[in-house]
Write a protein that binds this ligand. Sequence first.
Ligand code: ZN
Length: 244
Amino acid sequence: MAGPDSPQLDVLAVGAHPDDAEIACGGTLAKLVRQGYRVGILDLTDGEPTPGCPRPEVRLEEAQQAAKTLGIEDRVTMSLPNRRLFDSFEARVALAKEIRKYRPKVVIGFGDKTPMASPDHWQAMQITDAAVFYSRLTKWDHHFDGLPPHQVYVQLYFRLAFEPIALTGFASHFTADISDTLQAKLASIRCYESQFPPEKAYVFDRIRGAALFFGAACGFEAGEVFCSARPLRTTNVMRFLFAL
Ligand SMILES: [Zn+2]
């Protein structure tokens, strides 16, 4: 948990379980770190129990290793319940407290349902949407241990690497170049030995394949796709179009 003097983050990625953020946007997070931005990962639950993990401490250790592999110093694993994560007032406030502590400029999180995978992901999206809003509300500090309001400037949605190609309902998709951090992304996911034992090695091919596919579509070696909760905007069309 963050303390009262927690460092301000530029970007906070929110997942339901340890490994969600790595699979969805590990390459982009690693790149942001290399570019000098302060990046954090927050898991709403510890992700346990799962079939292959002997005890929750093992998954937590894997999560810390994965964060280190991406160069991320700040990882918070909250204690909301895995498998029965629900959008509730308490869950919204719990996440909003962390956002008020870390004061990120950008929050990235789930943007859609993940059919036939954990329903926690969809709940995480709703909790994150609400917490981003709650974070900026005034005259409500008593719900947040007196932490002052914080305005998140940009909210982005990610998709798990092997989920459907486009998130529906949002106008602004864009692809981030992860050509030089794809290996770091894959290495961070490999830290989760309890989740991806040798018989699940195909997952890495799928994640790599998705990154190559999305990169190729826009001329990068590898990419990760995001969409913005609001339309993207620019005051300089040429710089926007040719930004690399
Ligand atoms: Zn998950």
